[in-house]
Ligand binder design. Sequence first.
Ligand code: RP5
Length: 161
Amino acid sequence: MPAVAVICGSRSDLPTLKGCFDVLDSYGISWEASVISAHRQADALHAYVTEAEAAGARLFIGAAGLAAHLPGVLASLTAKPVIGIPLDGGSLGGADALYAVVQMPPGVPVATVAIGSAGAKNAGHLAARVLALNDADLAARVAAFREEQAGAAELRIDPRA
Ligand code: RP5
């Protein structure tokens, strides 16, 4: 079983998740992705999470749009960390999914990232930081990415030039 299990509610969500998959790959983190709807396939979702956790999944990422209950249901089914990605799939521009994912009741936490593709990328980075707590090699790769990002953003303007 890969370290990270990514679950989304529809095949239509997959293109938005590409950034998440790419970021996980960039850190060398193993992952697998599944399309399982919390609303349409509740029993299958329960079975998948139970089996994935037993098989060694260390972190779950859930992504869904509209009335996005998937990440919250994941958090109800596992004691592993759950990252939620609200997706922009409807007339409310993703605000519906954001509220559904972020407004979890106490005791059932979902670490919610931004709406859409930016959030998908950050889900990968956040997963890396969580997994790096117990993985020195991964921690070094996270640190290297931070340095690389800082270098790319660096801008100095010399007024005498
Ligand atoms: C959500 O409803 C899915 O995550 C998707 O974002 C949205 C639309 O789903 P489909 O109509 O494409 O199945 O459950």
